[in-house]
Design a protein. Sequence first.
Length: 304
Amino acid sequence: MFTARNKGRLAMTAVVVGAALALAGCGSSSGGGSGDGDAGGSGPIVVGSQAYYSNEIIAEIYAQALEHAGFEVTRSFQIGQRDAYIPALESGEVQVFPEYTGNLLQFYDPDTTATRADDVYAALAGALPDSLEVLDMSPATDQDSYNVTQAFAGQYSLHSIADLANVTEPIILGGAPELEERPYGPSGLASVYGVTVQFQATGDTTVDSLTQGVINLANVYSADPRIESAGLVTLEDPEGLFLASNVVPLVSADVADEVAAVLNPINAALTPEGLVAMNVESVDQAKSSAEIATEWLEGNGFLG
């Protein structure tokens, strides 16, 4: 997901898709396999990514897994936002791309009312053009979530957003200024969960405000590395207040059958906690996407 929270780690968005692909092709690495698994023998599988470190890590995992399976792979990373890379996918210039179900559904169907993971995934399959397919979605997500400190969670036995109704002190919600008017903000908490909150705009200081006790409920993206580094507790959302955005491979229809056997097990093994941990390695340890991907694949038995 391409947002302001990436704190300067985003690369410059490509001016035009063709230029981005040409540059990526020059600097990409290809697999050492025979290429027997490439797209019908017509050339390498082109794996793309957004200009966002977390998305690039997933793309690198896909690329290395495909290479290990014998596909020839070309990387076209750091393309930019959806208005840049979706045309490349629809035309077949890029054939494999890590996406997020809810955000992608809203791109193709802005009026969708689906929010729960299974409903979003089902609606997405019907909203895509014939040239594109989604493979199995992952349990891993990158979406809005509500978080509390471990101490606050322990004090009130908080596991889900619904449990906030049992909190006996004022609940102060922090987040970006626009959260106050979003349907999953204070009004959504009241209507869906019966939870009344006060709102305080905290912007980029949201996590610090939470750990310092200025607020006691924070809106943080679910793959934010600070969830792990600050020891936060993410509250479950059983009623679907937030739009579910599970990681999912968006692929060209003409290669879907070939790559599904490789990528579907990858997505099944990719967990919310695992994605956060890899983002910590990128942000806090400054590891490369390639290094993080290789370690994850080895640790989960995919390169054995």
